[in-house]
Design a binder for this molecule. Sequence first.
Ligand SMILES: NC(=O)c1ccc[n+]([C@@H]2O[C@H](COP(=O)([O-])OP(=O)(O)OC[C@H]3O[C@@H](n4cnc5c(N)ncnc54)[C@H](OP(=O)(O)O)[C@@H]3O)[C@@H](O)[C@H]2O)c1
Length: 333
Amino acid sequence: MNIPYITIKQTGAKMPAIGVGTFGSDRIDSIEMANSVKLALKVGYRNIDCARVYDNEKEIGKILKASSIKREDLWITSKLWNDMHGEKNVGISVRATLADLQLDYLDLFLVHWPFPNFHPPKCDVSARNPNARPYIHEEFMETWRAMESLVDQGLVRHIGTSNMSKAKMALLLSDCRIRPVANQMELHPCFQQQELLGYMKKEGIIPIGFSPLGSPNRPDRDTTEDDAVDMEHPVVVAIAKAHNVHPAAICLKWAQANGIVPIPQSTKERNLRSNLESVVSDPLTPQEVAMLEKIDCNSRLIKGQVFLWPEAENWTDLWDEDGIIRVPDHYRK
Ligand SMILES: NC(=O)c1ccc[n+]([C@@H]2O[C@H](COP(=O)([O-])OP(=O)(O)OC[C@H]3O[C@@H](n4cnc5c(N)ncnc54)[C@H](OP(=O)(O)O)[C@@H]3O)[C@@H](O)[C@H]2O)c1
């Protein structure tokens, strides 16, 4: 299959314009997830989205090691988990990821969340870390300086962010030495984040779209009654009928039409294949893109309640929707 690529301005490197996710939503064990990576490589994926917290890098590493695909033909992303922010931890964390994935370098290393707040695996929505903190730019920059140093050392080719707001990204862009090449963010037809998406594109930051199908199997802690279901939306279903494809393909074609690199996850060969095919042929018409633009209902699925700090009122405090990063005074040095 002729997968489209996106060229990274700063380095000329080419990122495959679709990847495969490896977060099992606490439901898929590491062996099954590694097997899905094996299937994904077989059907033609060359972009794998990993993360330390997914707890399956060792098993995925065995698949990568056994593969005959040349390293330079693969794009491997991983992410720094929230418990490893800070100058000293970043190098330790990336070395552990590289050892587990059995690689000499990563193509992209992301800061998974912009705060050092973490939760136990499989926790429910009420879990809180008593040491959770809001975003404090000076602290984030200590982590970012260590990320920059990984590029200098050749351990990672590019660095980026995930779950950033416009306000946080603007601060980072004004203070960084090495710019983030990508921001991984939740993006699907019912949650389009058009303002933030436009900002990333204007700044030359590639938007990588997570939960591009609306994450139907996401953890219970990330599920509320009012959440939209992208693959059942009548407009998505009608366009899918017109193209004679599953609604999943329409979500991915929507991502592609909007300059987003989607990273759908699947354990099934049939779905992996059809997801890949959806960005290779039969794009949406401009009319269909316009129809889908109208179904955005701001339905954020991964709200992040488990990352809240004691003074935070609710999950919207994580996302700076009014452009203001709220930090109670006592958190500042
Ligand atoms: N940066 C972050 O904070 C963050 C947060 C969340 C996710 N992510 C990344 O983004 C990736 C994708 O997001 P996600 O896993 O939340 O959700 P997703 O990709 O939107 O949805 C995955 C689900 O959709 C199903 N599916 C896949 N293809 C399908 C098809 N063609 N037809 C019908 N169902 C299909 C899968 O089931 P089957 O196995 O049955 O196909 C799976 O249950 C993750 O795996 C992870 O790598 C990053």
